[in-house]
Design a protein around this ligand. Structure first.
Ligand SMILES: [Zn+2]
Length: 327
């Protein structure tokens, strides 16, 4: 039986493409998500693979395009639905938030068909997940003005689906996993929505700033690993000797504006009080020193070097190490 998403319809053994209409501009131009569907000849689960829910995080889109175009549906056990850009109104303006209503799509799930554009989009994505997805893999980066290390995030409510998400996060080629139990921070994300719908999911974080060959390879490693771990692709997903579980902590917001000068690298683990970076004004004077406010913390995001930064933006993420464990 063909799987249908918008105008994309895939019979077993085919790789097809189409579009899913999710809204409309004032001039009548439709807002559409690009959709690849690779449908295997053998039965198996359906994975929803999406990028650019934050439109400026375009490395995910590039990687999904590369991955989907390289697929041979004849070797798949199940189906992969690839959506390179899940938020066109954010992507078109290379912005983290929507150009139509200013919303951060990844904070407003489950959305509402009675709300503004981003709320409607969230509701449509939720409907699609409910209709098709057995698993979700959601690609993010630091965007244009920040960088992140290659790591995974999963939402933890203590249940079986969350445990499955964690097991999958361990099979995508990373050794650091952010466990987010806090519903206030995590509740409006697409992966929290997936959890509410009993769909195991993993967020992949990788790169930012420019999109390097290494970023592409890391994203592809994570996608391949995930597909192997759920059985859609054959072969053994990567395993690490040890995993660092991080949790708690938060975004670090600066109080002054200026150019951000980092004092550490993404992926560093800093003791409490260690310098993360500083802001210098346009005369080169330091106007704010940013130190790690938490105990031994993984630097999960960092503003790009000398990137212009307003007060109140996110200059870093510092996430304390919770524990280390095996598979
Ligand atoms: Zn993001």
């Amino acid at each position: 039986m063909a799987i249908v998403v918008g105008t994309a319809s895939a019979k077993p053994g085919t790789l097809t493409r189409g579009e899913l209409r999710v809204g409309c501009m004032a001039d009548g131009s439709p807002i559409r998500l690009p959709v690849f569907i690779a449908s295997g000849v053998k039965d198996g689960p359906t994975v929803w693979l999406e990028g650019c829910i934050h439109g400026e995080e375009y490395g995910g889109a590039a990687s999904i395009i590369e991955f989907m175009r390289s697929l041979d549906p004849n070797v798949l056990n199940g189906t992969i639905i690839g959506v390179p850009v899940a938020n066109p109104a954010s992507f078109n303006f290379r912005s983290r938030v929507s150009s139509i209503d200013g919303q951060n799509l990844n904070r407003i799930f489950p959305g509402s068909l009675g709300g503004s554009h981003s709320f409607q989009l969230a509701a449509v994505i939720g409907e699609q997940l409910e209709a098709h997805a057995d698993y979700l893999i959601d690609l993010h980066s630091g965007g244009i003005g920040a960088e992140v290390p290659f790591y995974a995030i999963y939402k933890d409510d203590g249940g079986e689906v969350a445990q499955r998400s964690k097991d999958l996060a361990k099979r995508i080629g990373v050794d650091t996993i952010w466990r987010t139990p806090d519903a206030r921070e995590a509740g409006g994300t697409v992966t929290a929505e997936a959890l509410r719908r009993n769909i195991p999911s993993v967020t992949v974080e990788c790169g930012g700033g420019t999109f390097t060959e290494q970023h592409l390879q890391d994203y592809l490693t994570s996608i391949h690993g995930f597909m192997q771990a759920v059985g859609v692709l054959s072969g053994e997903a990567p395993v690490q000797k040890q995993y660092t579980i991080i949790s708690g902590g938060s975004f670090v917001h600066n109080r002054e504006g200026g150019l951000f000068v980092p004092a550490c690298k993404v992926g560093d683990i800093l003791p409490q009080g260690a310098p993360i970076g500083r802001l210098v004004d346009l005369f080169g004077e330091t106007v704010e020193q940013i130190d790690n406010p938490y105990p031994d913390s993984y630097i999960a995001a960092l503003r790009c070097r000398f990137y212009p930064t307003h007060a109140g933006e996110i200059c870093a993420e510092a996430i304390p190490v919770e524990r280390r464990e095996g598979l």
